[in-house]
Design a protein around this ligand. Structure first.
Ligand code: HEC
Ligand code: HEC
Length: 600
């Protein structure tokens, strides 16, 4: 049976079976998990397979698997018999019913562009889901959502505006505060759930980026958020070694608001053996222990929460010595693969969703070991693409394990950060990290277009951006290049819009505004280099390869400097048609041109 046939089978029947490995099975690669309120079962969101798996936590075995749709990224239980799943690629939330060991799909509700993190307010009967493509949070009527009633119009009550690319959510245990973490820029929004009014919006200080899954303390007074930190120095071995390129930290913010000085951070890295890609945090039932999954370094960190010395002011470059030297306060547990989501089932037992080992792992955090592994299903052997994916998410490929390709090119897109990877052989000319979506089709590569071979570019990324100390094999390069081929643009909901403005914008793009001279063909780029007339550039070399404009609406920073924060700023300030082709556009024309760009 091929992939699609296999998928159709589970989509239709649901499956009660012990997972059997075979060459045509998809990777389950869970990205999220949710433990049922009675703590007997767990549901996982299996991103590439489009399924959810129900696992019995006492017997550590699979009870059922169900096809739910494309790109499940988060799950949450409403009660013992109902769960919600956000489907990134279907722009929808699925409602799953559970009857003992059986799962069935009740319905799928379209909610908006690129749903991500999900959270529920059971008291106020609301479900919240971030819409990463729309910079909003959808507010759903929980009772309407889970009812058998077919009517869908009344389910989405509101879409509240937050910052750029919202990713993850948390709700305070007292059901009062909704915490939304946005990626570009890295900001934490707090809303009062009773009024849905915004109470605060705070930037994660000191260059925070890639916000992970936050957790709120049991007294509902603090949010703890894992993230990477851009330290802004050039990417050289010396700077990486002292922690001045990318750090990994926890940030502590008071709820619901507070002075900037109330924000504290804790550096998690150890010199010579750093932490890569801190993904999610969770508190033990008694609140005394916090665990952190680190996808890049394949481990779980365990910290005694009350003894964390939140340094005031500068958090320092490394984990404080009082923690590092005391195993009762800080431990690192090797899990392998890419640990992403984590939840506690008891005081010393956690469950981890491990994306790259296709499994759930039960971990005893006092004995420091995995006690059980539930394999959710995968092909017998990883193929070339999967091997490339493993390299891409591996922070051990960077000097002293501080970061991975994914840290900068988040999930194959971009973290929106600017780094001086010295690709152009100069210092002090940092560049915006390009998205890798569609990258295999848009050579030549790098901003100046100096890389004409994708495999050479992979080698360069490993030696220069990552400063790897490991030998680079042909297989590393070939598999990374194969993985690049799979990074495609998500469906653009505006692509099929018949708006007349889009048509007018297109006429301008191809006509008077002269854009298609440089942004041409189906990828809207070019094999040549041009002077993009970008102000404020420190580069000595003024010639750049035009970035592909496909999927440009999914970016929040533009041009090689990353200084343009919107398409309006690109065209009105930094990359003006009058400087490029000698044509001035009025506001109306600029607006329709932008509508067209957002449809690409
Ligand atoms: C420290 C952040 C960082 C890391 C880590 C990193 N990159 Fe990059 N990457 C960049 C920046 C910045 C550029 C643009 C460089 C330039 O044009 O001068 C870039 C450019 C690229 C490009 C060219 C894209 C295009 O459209 O021209 C590819 C492909 C790429 N990186 C892949 C990778 C891979 C694969 C890895 C891991 C082996 C990796 N990168 C690690 C920051 C990073
Ligand atoms: C002379 C060639 C040329 C023309 C004409 C041109 N561009 Fe560009 N465009 C470039 C280059 C080169 C860059 C990268 C410049 C840089 O970052 O320094 C760029 C960058 C961009 C970006 C930023 C994309 C990103 O992801 O950072 C956008 C958006 C864009 N162009 C839109 C347009 C539009 C719309 C027009 C027509 C009004 C246009 N361009 C005309 C060459 C051109």
């Amino acid at each position: 049976m091929n992939w699609t046939g296999w998928f159709a089978l589970i989509a239709v029947f649901g499956v009660d079976f012990a997972v059997r490995a075979s060459a045509d099975e998809p990777h389950r690669s869970p990205l999220a998990l949710a433990i049922s309120p009675d703590k007997t079962v767990c549901l996982t969101a299996n991103y590439p397979a489009g399924t959810v798996t129900l696992v019995d936590l006492r017997e550590c075995r699979i009870l059922a698997e169900l096809g739910v749709g494309s790109g499940p990224v988060d799950v949450a239980w409403v009660d013992e018999s109902t769960a919600l799943v956000s489907l990134r690629n279907d722009d929808a939330v699925a409602v799953v019913k559970r009857d003992a060991a059986r799962l069935s799909l009740l319905k799928t509700v379209v909610v908006g562009d690129e749903p991500g993190g999900l959270a529920l307010s059971k008291i106020r009967r609301r479900a919240f889901v971030v819409l990463s493509g729309d910079d909003t949070v959808a507010v759903l009527d929980l009772d309407q959502l889970v009812s058998e009633n077919e009517k869908q119009e009344t389910i989405v009550l509101d879409r509240i505006a937050v910052g750029g690319i919202p990713r993850t959510l948390a709700i305070s245990p007292d059901d009062q505060w909704l915490v939304t973490c946005c990626a570009v820029p890295c900001e934490v929004f707090v809303h009062d759930i009773s009024s849905m009014k915004q109470v605060s919006a705070r930037k994660v200080f000191d260059g925070g980026f890639n916000p992970g899954v936050p957790s709120v303390t049991s007294d509902s007074k603090l949010v703890i958020l894992p993230s990477a930190v851009n330290r802004a120095f050039s990417v050289t071995a010396g700077m990486i070694d002292i922690g001045w390129v990318i750090d990994n930290r926890l940030t502590k913010l008071p709820l619901p608001d507070g002075e900037p000085s109330d924000q504290k951070q804790l550096g998690l890295d150890i010199r010579g053996k750093a932490v890569g890609d801190a993904n999610a945090v969770a508190f033990s039932p008694d609140g005394n222990v916090i665990v952190v999954t680190c996808g890049g370094t394949h481990e779980l960190l365990v910290l005694e929460f009350p003894s964390i010395p939140w340094p005031s002011g500068d958090p320092g470059d490394f984990l404080p010595e009082v923690l590092r030297k005391d195993a009762t306060r800080f431990r690192r547990i090797k899990l392998g693969g890419r640990p992403v989501a984590v939840q506690f089932v008891g005081q010393r037992q956690v469950v981890v969703a491990n994306y790259l080992t296709d499994s759930l792992q039960m971990v005893d955090i006092e004995a420091n070991r995995i006690t059980e592994t539930v394999r959710l299903g995968a092909p017998d052997e990883p193929n070339m693409i999967r091997r490339g994916e493993i390299v891409f998410y591996d922070a051990d490929r960077s000097l002293h394990s501080w970061f991975s390709c994914h840290t900068c090119h988040t999930d194959g897109h971009t973290s929106g950060q600017v780094f001086d990877t010295r690709n152009d052989r100069t210092y002090g000319t940092p560049k915006l990290i390009p998205s890798l979506r569609g990258v295999a089709e848009t050579g030549p590569w790098t901003w100046h277009g100096w890389q004409t071979d994708l495999k050479d570019a992979m080698k360069r990324s490993l030696t220069e951006s990552m400063n790897t100390e490991k030998p680079i094999s042909d297989e590393d390069v070939d598999s990374l290049a194969a993985y690049m081929e799979t990074l495609i643009h998500p469906q653009n909901p505006r692509a099929n819009s018949v708006s007349s403005n889009i048509g007018l914008g297109r006429q301008l793009f191809e006509g008077r505004a002269g854009c298609s001279k440089c942004h041409s063909g189906s990828t809207f780029t070019n094999s040549e280099t041009f002077d993009g007339a970008v102000e404020d550039s420190k580069d000595r070399n003024k010639l750049y390869n035009p970035p592909s404009l496909k999927g440009v609406s999914t970016r929040r920073r533009f041009l090689h400097t990353g200084k343009a924060k919107s398409l309006e700023q690109v065209l009105n300030k930094f990359h003006r048609p009058e400087d490029l082709v000698g044509e001035t556009l009025d506001d109306k024309e600029t607006a329709v041109l932008i509508e067209y760009l957002k449809s690409l």
